[in-house]
Design a binder for this molecule. Structure first.
Ligand SMILES: [Fe+2]
Length: 211
């Protein structure tokens, strides 16, 4: 028997990115102080900043993490098979999830690659990043059942996959992959920085010379 795993889903992880987290954390709390309301998106509880756009980040402390992300996003897109392309960060935003905060299931429409950088984590019990398989695949559980009917849960049959965050870790994934953030139960802030990246062809101007 030869088993082919078709349609694998890439989630790219980069440990020890090497960001100056102390100064970036200071900036995060400064942004929250200036805009204590923030905005409401996928977050349940917690605080989320407004969007930072690419041009703004050239001139603020997010530049270092933006540049580190873009370098690694090119490695991810290369592996994805992209050819003659350029990437551009569409937006970036800050999340501070305290005790009891979480993010409900969502995708990031409008981008190609999305991801998150973990700036600061509590000592314990912060929410994991949970990726959820397409609903049509989840039908396996409907047909065959759960728990005792399967002798192991792994990449072949799992319908949910958790990533356990680490400080100074970057995770990049396809923007259309459904994900959620579990509830933080520990004391202290879970600070993450999320982003969307789009891709465009380097031949764009040949195809559309007037643009
Ligand atoms: Fe997200």
């Amino acid at each position: 028997m030869k088993t082919e795993l078709i349609f694998p889903t890439p989630v790219w992880k980069f440990d020890n990115v090497g960001i100056d987290r102390e100064s970036l954390t200071d900036f995060v709390y400064y942004v929250r102080k200036e805009d204590p309301e923030g905005r409401k998106q996928s977050n349940s509880g917690g605080w989320q900043s407004q969007d930072f756009i690419d041009s703004v980040m050239d001139n603020n402390p997010l530049k270092s993490i933006r540049d580190a992300i873009m370098e690694r996003a090119y490695a991810a897109a290369d592996e994805f098979g992209f050819n003659d392309y350029s990437l551009k960060m569409i937006n970036m935003w800050i999340n501070i999830n305290g005790k009891g905060a979480s993010n409900h299931l969502h995708t990031h429409p409008g981008g190609v690659l999305s991801g998150v950088y973990y700036l600061k984590l509590p000592d314990c019990c912060f929410g994991n990043l949970s990726f959820i398989r397409d609903l049509n695949y989840s039908q396996m559980k409907e047909y065959w059942g759960d728990g005792d009917n399967v002798h192991r849960w792994e990449h072949m049959n799992e319908t949910e996959h958790d990533v356990f965050p680490e400080e100074d870790q970057l995770v990049i994934f396809p923007a259309w992959l459904q994900h959620a953030v579990g509830t933080s139960a520990g004391e202290g802030d879970r600070i993450s920085i999320s982003f969307n990246i789009t891709a465009f062809s380097n031949h764009y101007h040949e195809i559309y010379p007037s643009r």
